[in-house]
Design a protein around this ligand. Structure first.
Ligand code: SAH
Length: 404
């Protein structure tokens, strides 16, 4: 069955109250929405897991301890992965007791833990306020990649993405982003931080959410993940994927400078407006200009352009030729992603010979175009299949209770 033209879905969605309503990106609205969404209440003693060096130091000082003690504590938490203060044997006994009296080193609860027939593993993590995200581990022969979420839900509503059907609930705090890496390493038994043969050698910010719309927290979290005295995953092994929040791509280059991946998916504004609605705000020309400006890009460190293969929508030979032309002056590689279906998804995946022919055209034009073999489809862990039941809590209106 051939799906109706993608535009039909967008228009249909715009007229309904379904969760998939695409909306124009408005930085002011986003900012306000996200600021309030950030204020996730947490209960009980605070976990130190995921805190930055500075926050950890502040916590230690807050206990009346000397700031230098935070350095060893950082090592215990992020290099050793210790989950019990009592076992942090190089710390003074009174310091351990003081910590245990006020804090925990608790991880988010894994409320689901599934393993695919191909070894891909997906966790559903629940945070202190009950909100949930998914995190995926993709083992490969020579490496292992952890796909980390940055938001609960997403505001971008890309029409082919399952997460896009879930409204944005809230940003993840920096500690909640780091905690996904910590909890995955617990589950994989990867402590202390090994030097080689890691199960998690690479991190991709390609889970739920748009990482650049949670810029400050993602930046803080990645600094912790990269810290050589802790988890120590180097910036060369971290990739941030964006749907194209152009102004923040410049900040990403200047302030985080991990590898960049861009979810392109279409070669005309007309089609990209439909597939990736943020394109209406930041069209292709602006997006590609931001890619040309991205610092540290060269032949050995290319920008990855993700291109989902949608049958009859964006997979014709002329699309491939135009794609090669668009990227010819950028150090680029493409990643062709066979469309991963999800319940109710409005598209179909291109036939494999179409995908191969598409890759052939790109290769002939000198553009690397590996086809990303879907991983974890059977447990809905592949690209674009993540979604949780989390919804934004109703706001308690002041006075409403007394008026009732
Ligand atoms: N918001 C960011 C991070 C998500 S990365 C971004 O858009 O880049 C997830 C990747 O999977 C993106 O490239 C996304 O476009 C792609 N994707 C989404 N739904 C998909 C699906 N159903 N099949 C294949 N890829 C999909």
């Amino acid at each position: 069955m051939a799906p109706p033209p993608a535009a039909a879905y967008i228009l249909a969605d715009m007229n309904s109250d379904s969760g998939a309503t695409p909306k124009m990106f408005d930085p002011v609205i986003e900012k306000t929405a996200l600021a309030s969404a950030d204020a996730a209440a947490s209960v009980g003693p605070k976990s130190l897991v995921g805190l930055t060096r500075e926050e950890l130091t502040a916590a230690v000082v807050g206990l009346g301890e000397a700031p230098f003690r935070a350095k060893q504590l950082f090592h215990w938490i992020y290099h050793r992965g210790e989950r019990d203060f009592a076992q942090m044997t190089t710390l003074a006994k009174d310091f351990r007791a003081n910590l245990a009296g006020h804090f925990t080193v608790q991880r988010p609860e894994a409320v689901r833990d599934e393993t695919s027939a191909d070894g891909t593993r997906k966790w559903l993590f629940r945070f202190a306020d009950g909100q949930e995200v998914e995190t995926v581990h993709i083992p490969e022969e020579d490496r292992g990649t952890l796909c980390v979420s940055s938001q609960v839900g997403c505001s971008l509503a890309c029409s082919f993405c399952h997460t896009g059907t879930q409204k944005l609930v809230r940003n993840l705090a920096a500690n909640e982003i780091v905690a996904q890496v910590m909890a995955a390493r617990d589950a994989l038994g990867e402590w202390p931080s090994p030097k080689s043969d890691r199960m998690i050698s690479n991190v991709v910010m390609m889970g739920m959410g748009e990482p650049l719309l949670n810029f400050e927290n993602v930046k803080k979290a990645l600094a912790v993940v990269m810290d050589p005295e802790g988890i120590a995953i180097s910036r060369r092994r971290i990739t941030l994927s964006t749907a194209g929040v152009v102004p923040l791509m410049d900040r990403c280059g200047a302030e985080i400078n991990v590898n960049l991946a861009v979810s392109l998916h279409a070669v005309t504004d007309e089609l990209r407006d439909v597939l990736v609605p943020i394109n209406r705000r930041f069209p292709l020309a602006d997006l590609l200009a931001a890619c040309r400006r991205y610092p540290g890009v060269n032949n050995a460190r290319r920008i990855t352009f993700e291109y989902v293969m949608l049958k009859g929508i964006n997979d014709r030979p002329e699309h491939a030729r135009k794609l090669a032309r668009l990227l010819k002056d950028i150090h680029a590689k493409t990643n062709l992603i066979p469309f991963n279906p999800w319940p109710g998804s409005p598209y179909e995946c291109s036939d494999m010979d179409t995908v191969e022919a598409f890759a052939g055209i790109l290769n002939a034009a000198g553009l690397a175009a590996p086809i990303r073999m879907p991983r974890g489809r059977d447990i809905l862990a592949a690209c674009g299949q993540l979604r949780t039941e989390s919804q934004r809590r109703r706001r308690v209106v002041a006075g409403a209770a007394s008026a009732a």
